[in-house]
Design a protein around this ligand. Structure first.
Ligand code: FES
Length: 128
């Protein structure tokens, strides 16, 4: 819960915050660090204001997730796993997010977009 709040506030887990958490909880920094690096939801590097998650699970893959990923990467000028230099967008590729009926799915922060088409991917970014 503490790390989730830090992640939400800073959009990543700064080293100083990990140290402060370890001190506050009176646990070794290595324990806090191991939790921070275990879960994909946490990041040790700064993320963009808007995190674009592209589902590449089986249903989304079959319905063109790779083309949508190409479109979004080309539009933002970054690849999955990267953040734009203005810190506005980060792209992540994720496994099935449990919304297969809506495939292909793109999630911007907490908002799910289903039935995404190559020609609507840019609009999702613009409207986010
Ligand atoms: S495969 Fe994309 S939501 Fe399930």
């Amino acid at each position: 819960m503490i790390l989730q709040e830090i992640q939400r506030e800073y959009r990543y887990l700064p080293c100083e915050a990990l140290k402060a958490t370890a001190e506050a909880l009176d646990v070794p920094l290595s324990k806090v660090f191991s939790v921070a690096t275990f879960y994909n939801a946490f990041s040790l590097v700064p993320k963009g204001k808007r995190i674009v998650r592209i589902c590449t699970g089986t249903a989304c893959h079959i319905r063109g997730a790779a083309l949508i990923q190409d479109q979004i990467e080309n539009h933002l000028g970054i690849k999955a796993g990267q953040t734009t230099s203005d810190m506005e967008f980060s792209i992540e590729v994720v496994a099935c997010v449990g919304a297969c009926a809506m495939a292909p799915v793109v999630i911007v922060n907490e908002k799910y977009h289903g039935g995404v088409k190559v020609n609507t991917a840019k609009k999702i970014l613009k409207d986010s």
